[in-house]
Ligand binder design. Structure first.
Ligand code: SF4
Length: 927
């Protein structure tokens, strides 16, 4: 048999860094992926999410066939129904009653066809995208300042700069490869300074020379004050301001009126004056500077003003268009930028055109469409509010999960119930949003799809398929094309393959452009299909002037405004208002939200990789110890986080990395993975008036200990939620559960009131029913009564430990204790036992003690996912003298593969105290 490895060069589907990935197969078997050495985004590196992509490619949970009203159907029937409904709504209610909601997960080709169908042929601009939640304010800020949505710089600027301000960005976890590039650059050039501006002390602070833990929402004061400071300290680039900008005097006057008193600004931002002055002094005196910003700026009710406050200081100091100098918005999603190129937002048209008559007429001629939408459509929040009012009759949701990710997430549920026909195209069958679909369309997934994506630095990369799609799954561009053809637009939607779509997209960008628009792919518009297949990553624009792409814009001082000059945008900073009745009702803490290191968005993909569940396996709330003490909350206790809209149940993590008065909750847990942890259900729909981007960082909440009488941990080979008569999902009845994958099954953290024995009996019943259902060929139960239950019950204490064994193999393991704390068990060893082909007597006995015979040490929470190194081993190594991440790597290998855990390793070293060493020594001697 041939031993040839087949390799496909593709692009990671997670964050906006856009890393190149080499997917490999040997004789049809998937091998671990690796980073593409030549890809200019990552040069061979991958973070822990990217490194585990091959583990997410199974067909578990995939949507395999179109369904209508929950019943499988053919593509033809589903597509006919969709086209008929669109036509009927058009006839009865007009185009404004139709909505599309897309995603930064779509490929550019999918996005292009969706946008064309909606805005050019259905005739409404009600096509918005979850990128509205991600970077709409950055887009609006760029357009106000530059006249176009242009990211001015490139990743090399982050390495070449003398001063990097990272604002509202936990780069170490959210954009890990960018973080690694910056870390390396700082090692190469120790004079390079990094300032982290973020209310939380995150892993990113590992490389910070200065951390400004400002008050949430006060960024506008800081950057306006910086503008005033530059003027007062003779640090303006007068020549650049005069030749290439307009509106400077008004912006400076506004900034000086509001923010020239540094002491007052320091107070408003809750920062030490000296730190603020240090940061300003560095900026003023630094030959180059980059301000990189992401969700902490964008996800704000004043996000656009904040973006312009940042851009203003770069224009004022001329720190733009030069190597190592620019205001740089880092996008969250893998193809947020591609969506912007094709007009995926409701207030854009394709190829960076707007709703001006000339643009609409140009697009209409190019598309040969009956007409192009006359006005911007409904942005995400307004789209779903219109649906709740009954104004949207048809809604197609593509590759996204708004029931989890949108603010006021329960409004989304109500809205979807009002829409006459909800279509959801997704690769997964059981997302929270899919539950509301009348029609489900199986979408091709990463590894199967073909097309392009554009990363944060405008670099277009090919995403290439290397696996066949399972079942009837199809790419989104194909579904949309089929619907368009059924609506009578065969000629204009005659695409056979992604290449056809991309070429049309490139030609539209070039159509009557002549340098008037920044987005120009004319250099790719005549590519052959073979050239498209081989396309190497390249930054737009690609045209006769920049045939190999352009790293930086504005090096020529030309902007895309009518005058060709950049615009300063005056803005008046304001702190988020706290409703006084919220304070009265005890909602006195502010909830911030964001990502964790090893999960992506709503976990539909990362939830499949068991390795990624080991770093953090439960939804949590980070809380300062003082606030926790005030609320009577102990570390690791389950707590209720309550807002004016809803409440969730998550685990408390006490940390002084969190400012007092602030808490942090991750965004990832859905109803698929946790009983009650959708943070979106807590957040109201406040949003930026310019960009429409929701405020996801400021929500008044209160915390209180959850009322639970017992806690438990359960492992099972089979998914216990699916063990019932009709294989319909049936969650546990208890007050709290979270679940995830292990290497050989599923884990469940559980808690509840009363006695946990009820849950144990329910699970036992499910397992027994399953055993009865499994028949051998002679129609006898295959286990033949060999299910063995090993039980240890202490009814007085409320402690129960049960194991279910069959044919000497472990099927389930359950620990329930009457306690408010999670159980101390060697979870790694217990999980390993599910792969043990024959449990011996000692191991069986040890199972219920929760640790191996001979008391092998519990590794604790996994910090390094690549080499499965737990916090206990790391603490021991630190106690033994390892004083750097490199030293820990030498000893334990941790941090030596993808490097995603290095900031945590460093933080553990920094926070390690002799008292901890003593504690550890005592514990070890006792064990
Ligand atoms: Fe993927 Fe990680 Fe690269 Fe982001 S940084 S694109 S998640 S490998």
């Amino acid at each position: 048999m041939s031993q040839e490895i087949q390799q496909t060069q593709t692009t990671c589907p997670y964050c906006g860094v856009g890393c190149g990935v080499d997917a490999r197969q040997l004789n049809g078997q998937l091998l671990p992926v690796s980073g593409t050495q030549t890809h200019p985004a990552n040069f061979g590196r991958l973070c822990v999410k990217g490194s585990n992509l091959h583990d997410t490619l199974d067909h578990d949970g995939r949507l395999l066939t179109p369904t209508m009203a929950g019943k499988p159907t053919s593509w033809n029937q589903a597509l006919n129904l969709i086209a008929d409904k669109i036509q009927q709504v058009l006839n009865s209610h007009g185009p404004e009653a139709i909505g599309f909601y897309g995603s930064g997960q779509l490929l550019t080709e999918d996005y292009y066809v969706a946008n064309k169908l909606m805005k050019g042929f259905i005739g409404s601009a009600n096509m918005d995208t979850n990128s509205r939640l991600c970077m709409a304010s950055a887009v609006a800020g760029y357009k106000r300042a530059f006249g176009s949505d242009t990211v001015p710089g490139c990743y090399e600027d982050l390495e070449q700069t003398d001063l990097l301000l990272l604002v509202g960005s936990n780069t170490a976890w959210a954009h890990p490869i960018i973080f690694q590039r910056i870390s390396q650059a700082k090692k190469n050039n120790p004079a390079m300074k990094v300032v982290v501006i973020d209310p939380r002390r995150t892993a990113t602070c590992d490389i910070a020379d200065l951390h400004l833990a400002l008050k949430p929402g006060s960024d506008g004061f800081l950057f306006n004050a910086l503008l005033a400071y530059l003027a007062n300290h003779n640090a303006l680039d007068q020549a650049f301001i005069e030749q290439h900008t307009e509106g400077f005097d008004a912006a400076l006057t506004e900034a000086q009126q509001q923010c020239s008193d540094l002491e007052a600004v320091a107070q408003q931002c809750d920062l030490p004056l000296a730190d603020l002055e240090t940061c300003f002094e560095w900026f003023a005196n630094s030959p180059t500077a980059v301000t990189a910003y992401s969700m902490g700026i964008n996800q704000s009710a004043t996000g656009t003003d904040k973006a312009n406050a940042i851009i203003n200081v770069h224009l004022a100091s001329g720190k733009i268009g030069k190597p190592g100098s620019c205001p740089f918005s880092i996008t969250g999603q893998p193809n947020a930028m591609g969506g912007r190129e094709v007009g995926g937002l409701a207030n854009q048209l394709a190829a960076h055109m707007d709703f001006a008559a000339a643009d609409r007429e140009r697009i209409k001629r190019f598309w040969q469409s009956p007409g192009v939408a006359e006005k911007p459509g409904l942005k995400a929040i307004d789209l779903f509010k219109a649906a709740e009012k009954g104004d949207i009759k048809f809604l197609w949701i593509m590759s996204t999960n708004p029931v989890v990710s949108m603010p006021d997430a329960d409004l989304i549920k109500r809205a979807l119930k009002k829409v006459e026909l909800v279509v959801v195209s997704d690769c997964m069958a059981d997302t929270d949003t899919a539950a509301f679909a009348h029609v489900l369309l199986p979408a091709a997934s990463w590894g199967e799809k073909n097309g392009t994506v554009t990363n944060s630095e405008r670099r277009i990369s090919r995403q290439r398929g290397f696996l066949p799609s399972p079942g009837d799954a199809k790419p989104d561009w194909w579904m949309l094309t089929q619907v368009a053809q059924r609506l009578g637009f065969e000629q204009q939607f005659n695409y056979q393959k992604p290449y056809d779509v991309f070429i049309e997209h490139a030609r539209l960008s070039a159509f009557e452009n002549n340098g008037s628009r920044d987005f120009d792919l004319s250099g790719l518009a005549e590519m052959t299909e073979a050239e498209f297949e081989a396309l190497a990553p390249i930054q737009w624009p690609i045209n006769h002037q920049y045939p190999q792409g352009r790293a930086r814009f504005y090096d020529d001082g030309h902007f895309y405004t009518p005058t060709g000059k950049a615009r300063f945008v005056s803005n008046t900073p304001a702190l988020p208002q706290k409703a006084s009745d919220n304070a009265l009702s005890g909602l006195t803490l502010n909830m911030n939200t964001g990502r964790i290191r090893d999960h992506w968005h709503t976990m539909t993909r990362t939830g499949k990789a068991s390795v990624l569940a080991q770093h953090i396996s439960e939804p949590f709330v980070d809380i300062h110890p003082t606030d926790a003490a005030n609320a009577g909350i102990k570390d690791k206790q389950l707590v209720v986080v309550r807002s004016e809209l809803n409440e969730i149940l998550v685990r408390a993590q006490l940390t002084d990395a969190q400012k007092s008065g602030e808490v942090f909750v991750p965004m990832h847990w859905t109803a698929r993975y946790s009983k009650q942890a959708r943070m979106g259900s807590l957040i109201n729909s406040d949003h930026d008036p310019v960009s429409g981007q929701p405020e996801l960082k400021i929500t008044d909440v209160s915390l209180s200990p959850a009322r639970v009488d017992w806690q438990g941990f359960i492992l099972s080979k089979a998914d216990l939620f699916l063990l019932n008569d009709d294989s319909q999902r049936q969650d546990f009845e208890c007050e709290y559960w979270t679940t995830g994958k292990t290497q050989s099954g599923y884990f469940y953290n559980v808690a509840g009131t009363g006695t946990g024995i009820t849950l144990l009996n329910e699970i036992k019943q499910r397992l027994t029913a399953q055993a009865a259902d499994q028949h051998s060929p002679d129609n006898q139960p295959s286990h033949n009564g060999q299910y063995q239950w090993i039980c240890l019950d202490d009814n007085n204490q409320g402690h129960h430990r049960w194991a279910c064994v069959c044919n000497h193999q472990l099927l389930a393991l359950m620990f329930i204790h009457a306690t408010h704390q999670p159980l101390t068990l060697n979870r790694g060893w217990l999980i390993e036992q599910f792969n043990n082909p024959e449990l011996d007597r000692d191991t069986r006995l040890a199972l219920l003690t929760g640790k191996p015979p001979g008391q092998k040490e519990d590794p604790g929470a996994i910090v390094c996912s690549c080499f499965q190194v737990g916090e206990r081993a790391i603490q021991k190594a630190i106690a033994a003298g390892a004083d750097s991440a490199a030293a820990l790597g030498e000893k334990l290998l941790c941090g030596t593969n993808c490097g995603s855990c290095i900031p945590e390793l460093t933080a553990m070293i920094k926070s390690y105290t002799p008292a901890q060493a003593d504690e550890l020594a005592t514990e070890l001697s006792e064990s």
